[in-house]
Design a protein around this ligand. Structure first.
Ligand code: PLP
Length: 451
């Protein structure tokens, strides 16, 4: 890519500090500037089309030109463009959305707290866990366990929960009291001769050992994505959550399900928690809640947690947490319309009908010499590239093989996500069979270029 004179690309290099970008490399490569979108396709400033194989950042579930979402935003903008929910104020879009989300929850939930991003939702969940245990008079029960390779966001608590070195190194994270246990990736971490269920038993045993080492009366919560997304599209091994939850129950440790990617249909059910039998005490969600047309996240809490928070607030006064944009009315109006569309178009039925095409298509690459593992469920998938198929030896990270494949995919008109040497797939949920075939064909060409 060359960016000359006063082009958007050269101004981007001059002025824009990018999130999650190799900043040094960006000064030379510059950006791919996307100008517009239609259906599952986006178009760059030069007019080239790309199938968005990751729905932006696992989020634009209804594609890039859903007019009903635009109309819902405009209607709300004209009626009440902003109001807040502090100090007993409210408005109908937030009320309607909270009611709708409680009805949709995978397990009985009591209340919904709104924020703007997945990170804010997870920071809120951390604070609720702490507040809850203070309310119950056990101020020592505060430690939180997440998993290596987890992704929970980038604000200070959420980045601490995240189990990826780049999110910690040089940011002085994680903060004290946030611990990490095993990543449940059977292909990478299963031992010689160990079955998937034995692997799950071992990991639950390791979690129990960690809780016992720390002292059960100091461990408050366990955070988990149903399918780990940004850590490499890692599916839980068979029986994993069943065994993990038995340990959590034994030591009175709360489960927080981070449904920021899995929520709203991605795995073929409304919630990843339903797909994997998780019974969370707190559920965080964002992204597909508004099909990403506006920022919004929702934290669902159980009645036990809500009641404890009310009791604490009765003692100390105001519940001292909230964002200016908590429950922004325009975002809530767009979310309500998004949920209506999911229902009217039976988006979950559509995901279930399309999933075999994507999953079967991806599995067809299993025999390719560069492919170590193919994994996925619903409309999320990952293909892990390896230097040696027999030994599973990864490529030298300096070769950036995943990033190379993705830059070939751009040439072939597909946007995919490199996660180290795994390639992430998470197309808009509206994708059809023909578009899946095109996406897979463009991936095949990119893989051939990489080989
Ligand atoms: N949790 C999960 C599972 C995510 O995938 C993400 C973002 O990709 C987040 C939390 C953070 O969300 P945000 O980027 O909106 O802060």
């Amino acid at each position: 890519m060359t960016h000359l004179g006063n082009s958007a690309g050269s101004r981007d290099i001059a002025y824009h500090l990018h999130p999650y970008t190799n900043l040094k490399a960006h000064e030379t490569t510059g950006p791919l500037v996307i100008a517009s979108g239609k259906g599952v396709t986006v178009t760059d400033e030069a007019g080239k089309d790309y199938i968005e194989g990751v729905a932006g950042l696992w989020c634009t579930s209804l594609g890039f030109d859903e007019p009903r979402l635009v109309d819902a935003a405009i209607r709300q903008m004209r009626t009440l463009p902003f109001y807040h929910a502090f100090a007993h104020k409210s408005h109908e879009p937030a009320i309607d959305l909270a009611e709708r989300l409680i009805a949709l929850a995978p397990v009985p939930m009591s209340k919904v707290f709104f924020a703007c991003s997945g990170s804010e939702a997870n920071d809120t969940a951390v604070k609720l866990v702490w507040y809850y245990n203070n309310a119950l008079g056990r101020p020592q029960k505060k430690k939180i366990i997440a998993r290596q390779k987890a992704y929970h966001g980038v604000t200070v608590a959420a980045a601490s929960l995240t189990g990826l070195p780049n999110c910690h190194r040089d940011f002085d994270l994680p903060i004290q009291g946030i611990l990490h246990t095993d990543c449940p990736h059977y292909y990478r971490f299963g031992q010689e001769g160990e079955s998937e269920t034995e692997f799950a038993t071992r990991l639950a045993g390791n979690l129990e050992a960690l809780i016992l080492r720390e002292g059960p009366d100091t461990v408050a919560a366990f955070f988990a994505e149903p399918v780990m997304g940004a850590g490499g599209v890692i599916l839980p091994p068979a029986t994993y959550f069943e065994k993990i939850q038995a340990v959590l129950r034994k030591y009175d440790v709360l489960l927080v399900a981070d449904e920021v990617i899995c929520g709203y249909g991605r795995t073929g059910n409304m919630w990843g928690s339903q797909t994997y039998g998780m019974k969370p005490d707190i559920l965080t969600s964002a992204k597909a809640l508004t099909s990403a047309y506006l920022p919004l996240s929702a934290v669902l809490v159980s009645d036990a947690i809500y009641q404890a928070c009310v009791a604490e607030s009765a003692k100390i006064g105001t519940f001292g947490h909230g964002y200016t944009y908590s429950g922004h009315p325009v975002s809530c109006a767009v979310a309500l319309e998004t949920l209506r569309i999911y229902e009217e178009r039976d988006i979950i039925g559509h995901v279930r009908a399309m999933a075999p095409h994507l999953q079967k298509g991806l599995r067809a690459f299993r025999d390719h010499p560069l492919v170590g593992e193919v994994r996925g469920i619903g409309l999320i998938g990952g293909v892990e590239l390896v230097a040696d198929k027999a030994t599973k030896r990864p490529f030298d990270p300096a070769l950036a093989v995943g990033a190379k494949l993705v830059s070939f995919s751009h040439q072939h008109g597909a946007i995919l996500r490199p996660i180290g040497d795994s390639i992430g797939f998470s197309p808009p949920l509206i994708i059809n069979e023909e578009e899946i075939e095109t996406l897979l064909f463009r991936f095949e060409k990119s893989l051939a270029d990489t080989a």
